[in-house]
Design a binder for this molecule. Structure first.
Ligand code: DSN
Length: 414
């Protein structure tokens, strides 16, 4: 690279990545093929619009790239062709937050209600938190986990949904370690007349590989980032069922702008496409979309399915050993790639910030994270979140996780 300054910084970051243990639950290591697509000349092309309907000339090749990405996404997540025909996918969102906003723009009237898990209990900012645009343009109906079990209490969520009548229910989390019963969320959405959106950003790879239950049989909309357990570049996908929008939900900003009127049947996939472009974004990043297509191809292999099983086994080995060494884990363990460790222990231990700093000095990278019912501030909460997707890509197995748990224990108790 001719630019020495940036070249040296890239080199330095590559060395940092090699020289430490990465337990950040939302990170992973992409293949060289994914990097090659990301760094390709596809970045030079403007392609506002969708395949076959662009606003610029010269998109013959680009259309093929985007269509192939859509095809791979649908084939990977919806294995049965008979089910697949009922779904559409938008591969243009630049990342997870804009993808979620686009869904609300399409389906939730201004000031309508988004029912989602609070950030403090493992939700995401874009599930309606007040500091996010999703909590400013719409109202959040927040739900959390049961204070005793730290598990989702479906009956409580149902009662809340019946009382509040949200327009959309968001299931899916960034810091909830357990399996989610998607059918129960479907029943709740049906009971209160809401759309069911599932955000599988964290577990997408596990779903694709068969190591975590698929929400596709139950959801109306599924959003995901592509760079966590799915092991692709930073990007996002929005899957939507080809069903008509509910007439009561048709009066949304995106529909008004596009001249869709209440009473005129519209597929939700059509509304979501309009919300992504021109509602939220201009030209899609085709180099990124090509890299997603490469990652989706990799995720369809038997090796990837083995990888996802190993990710979960590694998380369970890490959780088991940390528990054995006396650490309290939120909900007692994990069914996925991530776990939450209560490092604060009601004031007898370390804050999440101090735990994270100590581990980083010793070459183990984690993120500080709130635990349910946290009494400490988000900037220095009571716990840390650990995940095994990245280290499993680097070939780690259960015995390595036991060894890493021992190191974590020693560093945090010194
Ligand atoms: N930053 C992501 C995570 O770490 O879970 C969510 O946006």
């Amino acid at each position: 690279m001719k630019d020495k300054q940036i070249g040296e910084l890239i080199q330095a970051e590559e060395e940092r990545q090699v020289g430490m243990i990465n337990l950040i639950a939302s990170e992973n290591y992409v293949s060289d093929d994914v990097l090659e697509a990301l760094g390709s000349k596809l970045t030079n092309k403007y392609a506002e619009g969708y395949p076959g309907a662009r606003y610029y000339g010269g998109n013959n090749v680009i259309d093929q790239v985007e269509r192939e990405c859509q095809k791979r996404a649908l084939e990977l997540f919806i294995r049965q062709p008979a089910d697949r025909v009922n779904w559409a996918v938008n591969v243009q969102p630049l990342s997870g937050s804009p993808a979620n906003v686009a869904v609300y723009l399409a389906l939730v009237p201004s000031n309508g209600k988004i029912m989602g898990m609070t950030l403090a209990h493992g939700g995401h900012l874009t599930h309606g938190h007040k500091v996010s645009i999703t909590g400013k343009m719409w109202q959040q109906v927040p739900f959390g986990v049961d204070p005793k079990t730290e598990l989702i209490n479906y009956e409580e969520i149902k009662q809340l949904a019946l009382k509040e009548k949200p327009n959309i229910i968001v299931a899916g989390f960034t810091a909830y370690p357990r399996v989610i019963e998607w059918q129960k969320f479907r029943d709740i959405a049906d009971a209160c007349g809401a759309y069911l959106m599932v955000d599988i950003s964290h577990v997408a790879g596990l779903v694709a590989g068969g190591a975590y239950p698929s929400p596709f049989p139950y959801a109306d909309v599924v959003t995901t980032t592509t760079h966590k357990t799915l092991r692709g570049p930073r990007s996002a996908l929005i899957f939507s069922r080809k069903i008509n929008a509910r007439p009561t939900n048709l009066k949304t900003t995106v529909n008004e702008v596009n001249g869709f009127s209440a009473g005129q049947p519209r597929l939700i996939s059509e509304l979501i496409d309009k919300a992504v472009f021109p509602g939220m974004q201009g030209g899609p990043h085709l180099n990124q979309i090509a890299a997603v297509a490469v990652a989706l191809g990799e995720a369809a292999t038997p090796e990837f399915a083995d990888y996802t099983r190993q990710v979960v086994q590694n998380a369970q080995a890490l959780a088991g050993e940390l528990s054995r060494l006396g650490w309290r884990l939120v909900s007692g363990g994990t069914d996925s790639h991530l776990l939450l460790v209560d490092t604060w222990l009601n004031g007898k231990g370390l804050s999440g910030g101090e735990a994270s700093d100590r581990l980083e000095k010793a070459g183990i990278i984690v993120n500080k994270n709130a635990i349910p019912g946290d009494t400490r501030p988000p900037i220095d909460p009571s716990g840390i979140r650990l995940g095994t997707a990245a280290e499993t890509t680097r070939g780690k197995k259960e015995r390595d996780m036991v060894e890493i748990a021992g190191r974590i224990n020693k560093i945090l108790r010194e």
